[in-house]
Ligand binder design. Structure first.
Ligand code: FES
Length: 573
C-alpha cells in the first residue's frame, strides 16, 4: 500500500478528540484492547448465515475460523450480518431480493470503519448480491464460498440436491411415489451442510467467483463438510489483511478480461444460465461493459469439460475428488486471459499449474471434451428483440430446431390451473409459452421457466418440450427451455402478444426465435395491448418494479448501476 495512504478505519478510530472517543468507546464493551484501534486493518466479515438459508447454515462457524486467520495476520475482525436469501424458502422468489441484499451489503460496508471485506456466501443469490454490493464500495474484498453438500444416495441411486426436484412429479406419475417415499428421498438428498451439489446456480456462482479471481485458488469446489474448507477459510482471513496492505481493491481484480474468463469457465463446467444475469449485474456495478451477446461470442464455442448434473452425471463431491476447478483452469489455460490478477496477488493461470486430474470420466481433457461446444446460446428474433437465452448442453438435440403451435399461459397461476386439464389442446410438438414471469412481471423473475410438462404427456413418456418464457430456470434443471425473453411480456414485449395456436420457430444453430405472424396482425395486437396492473403499490416491491432493468441488462435497479455510489461518510454527531 502507498505508505501515505491511511487506513479507512483510522477516519473513525485515529482521532484523539470527541469523535474518536465515541467511535472507540462503545466498541470497548466487547473487551477490545487499545491496539485494536491503533493502525491494524479492520476486516468486515459479511455473513449471509441464517437458519432460513439452510445452504448457509454452517457459515456462523466459518466466520469464527476466518476471524482466527485475520487475527493471526494482525488484523481486527468485525463480523456483521446482511440479508440472507434462502432459495427454497423465500416467496415469491429470492431474485426479487437480490438487489435489496446488495444494497444492505453496500451500505453496511460503506457506513462502517472497514478496510477490507470477507464475503461469506453459499446459496444461489447470496453470492451475487454480496459481490454486487461490495463492488459498489470497491474495498479489498475476497469471497469465502460455503461449499456444496456431499453427494446424496437414495435407495442405491446417487441423487443431487436440486436435480431430484425435477424428477419428483414424473416419479409420482410413473412410479407411484407415495408421501412416505418423498419424505425418505428429501432427507437422502440433503445429506450434509452446504449448498446444492450439482453444477446448479450455487456451484456456478462459486465457480464464477474463483474464475473472476475473488477466492483463493482451488477453494470453490471443496465440499462444505470437508476439513479443507475450514482451512481455506482461515487462510482467507490471513490473506485479506495482506490485501489491505497491498490496496488490492475489487476493481483491480474485476477487469473486462476477468469477466471474459468467467464466461469461458462457466461454459466449460456447464454452468447455470443464471450466471448471465448475475455476471452482467456485477460487471455493471464495477463499471465493466459486458453485453448479452458476449456470453454467446465468448462462451458458446468453449468445449464442455465437466461431466456433471444437470448436463451430465456427477456431483460436486466427485468433481472435487477428480481434481476440481484447478484441473479445469489448467486445461483451459490456452483459452483464458492468463495475466488477470487474483486475490492472492498472482496471475490467474499461474495458480493452477500443479493441478492433477484423477478421473477423466469427470473432468475431460481440452482435446477430448464431453461436448465440442458448451456455453449459452443467445437468441434474437421478433419474439425476443433484446435477446433470450438457451443452454444447449441441457436441451434435447432433436428440439434445437423446432416449429410448433403455441399453448399460452398468461400467468403462472393460469399455468397451474390448466396444465393438467385433460382437455387442454396440447401435444409433444406444442410450444409452451409462459408470460408474466419477468423481472417486473412476477415480480422478481422466478425460476419457473422449466415448467413441468402436462401429466397426460408425462404418462406417454414425453420428457421434454420447447418452453419459452421471460423467467429464469433453476441451475439444477434441464430441458429445451428458452429463458430471459427480453423485453418481458409485462412491459409489452412481443411475448405479451402471442396467442394460442400461433406458430413459433426455434432454431438454436441460427440463434433465432421467431413468431410466425403477419406483421399487420402483430401491429393490431400491439395497439390493443393493455399493460397489466403493477402487483404492488408500496414498499420495496414497488421500488423494485419501478426501477428494475430488463434481464439482458442484469435485472439490477437502474440507480445502483455504474461504479461507486454515493459517499456519505460524514459525522452526524
Ligand atoms: Fe441453496 Fe440450491 S437451494 S443452493
Amino acid at each position: 500500500m502507498d505508505k501515505k495512504k491511511k487506513l479507512r478505519s483510522s477516519e473513525w478510530f485515529g482521532d484523539d478528540g470527541k469523535m474518536g472517543f465515541v467511535h472507540r468507546s462503545w466498541l470497548r464493551n466487547q473487551g477490545y484492547p487499545d491496539d485494536y484501534f491503533e493502525g491494524r486493518p479492520v476486516i468486515g466479515i459479511c455473513n449471509t448465515w441464517s437458519e432460513l438459508t439452510p445452504c448457509n447454515g454452517h457459515l456462523r462457524d466459518f466466520a469464527e475460523v476466518v476471524k482466527k486467520g485475520i487475527l493471526e495476520a494482525g488484523g481486527v475482525p468485525m463480523e456483521f450480518p446482511v440479508m440472507s436469501l434462502g432459495e427454497t424458502i423465500m416467496k415469491p422468489t429470492t431474485m426479487l431480493f437480490r438487489n435489496l441484499a446488495s444494497m444492505d451489503t453496500e451500505e453496511s460496508i460503506r457506513a462502517n470503519p472497514l478496510d477490507g471485506i470477507v464475503l461469506l456466501t453459499g446459496c444461489d443469490k447470496t453470492t451475487p448480491s454480496t459481490i454486487m454490493g461490495a463492488c459498489s464500495v470497491d474495498l479489498p474484498t475476497l469471497v469465502v464460498p460455503g461449499g456444496p453438500m456431499l453427494s446424496g444416495r437414495f435407495r442405491g441411486e446417487k441423487v443431487g440436491s436440486g436435480s431430484m426436484n425435477w424428477m419428483i412429479k414424473e416419479r409420482q406419475e410413473n412410479q407411484g411415489y407415495s408421501a412416505a417415499d418423498i419424505r425418505e428421498a428429501e432427507v437422502c438428498v440433503a445429506r450434509s451442510i452446504g449448498h446444492c451439489n450439482t453444477m446448479g446456480t450455487a456451484s456456478t456462482m462459486a465457480t464464477m467467483t474463483e474464475a473472476l479471481g475473488l477466492t483463493l485458488p482451488g477453494y470453490s469446489s471443496i465440499p462444505a463438510a470437508d476439513s479443507r474448507k475450514k482451512m481455506y477459510a482461515q487462510l482467507s482471513g490471513r490473506r485479506i489483511v495482506e490485501m489491505v496492505k497491498e490496496d488490492l481493491t475489487m476493481s483491480k481484480v474485476l477487469t473486462r478480461n476477468a469477466f471474459e474468463n468467467a464466461i469461458i469457465v462457466n461454459a466449460a463446467v456447464g454452468g447455470s444460465t443464471n450466471l448471465i444475469i448475475h455476471l452482467t449485474a456485477i460487471a455493471r456495478r464495477i463499471g465493466v461493459d459486458l453485453k448479452l451477446e458476449d456470453f454467446d461470442t465468448i462462451g458458446s464455442k468453449i468445449p464442455l469439460l465437466v461431466n456433471m448434473k444437470p448436463s451430465g452425471k456427477y456431483l460436486m463431491e466427485d468433481f472435487y475428488y477428480a481434481g476440481g476447478l484447478p484441473v479445469v483452469m489448467k486445461e483451459l489455460t490456452p483459452l483464458l486471459h492468463k495475466e488477470t490478477i487474483t486475490i492472492n496477488g498472482k496471475a490467474l493461470t499461474a495458480n493452477y499449474t500443479d493441478a492433477v486430474c484423477y478421473d477423466t470420466d469427470v473432468i475431460a481433457k481440452l482435446e477430448k471434451p464431453f461436448q465440442d461446444k458448451s456455453g449459452i446460446a443467445v437468441l434474437k428474433g421478433n419474439l425476443c428483440e433484446n435477446g433470450a437465452v438457451i443452454k444447449p448442453s441441457a436441451a434435447s438435440p432433436k428440439l434445437m430446431k423446432h416449429r410448433g403451435k403455441a399453448v399460452v399461459f398468461e400467468t403462472m397461476e393460469d399455468y397451474h390451473e390448466r396444465i393438467d386439464d385433460p382437455n387442454l389442446d396440447i401435444d409433444e410438438n406444442s410450444v409452451i409459452v409462459l408470460k408474466g414471469v419477468g423481472p417486473k412481471g412476477y415480480p422478481g423473475m422466478p425460476e419457473v421457466g422449466n415448467v413441468d410438462l402436462p401429466k397426460k404427456l408425462l404418462a406417454k413418456g414425453i420428457t421434454d418440450m420447447v418452453r419459452i418464457s421471460d423467467g429464469r430456470m433453476s441451475g439444477t434443471a434441464a430441458g429445451t427451455v428458452v429463458l430471459h425473453v427480453s423485453p418481458e411480456s409485462t412491459v409489452g414485449g412481443t411475448l405479451a402478444l402471442v396467442q394460442n395456436g400461433d406458430w413459433i420457430e426455434l432454431d438454436v444453430n441460427q440463434r433465432t426465435l421467431h413468431l410466425d405472424i403477419d406483421p399487420a396482425e402483430l401491429d393490431k395486437r400491439k395497439k390493443a395491448w393493455i399493460p397489466p396492473k403493477p402487483v404492488a403499490d408500496r414498499g420495496y416491491v414497488k421500488m423494485y418494479i419501478d426501477h428494475v432493468e430488463q434481464a439482458d441488462q442484469g435485472a439490477d435497479l437502474d440507480f445502483l448501476v455504474g461504479g461507486s455510489g454515493s459517499k456519505v461518510e460524514r459525522d452526524l454527531h
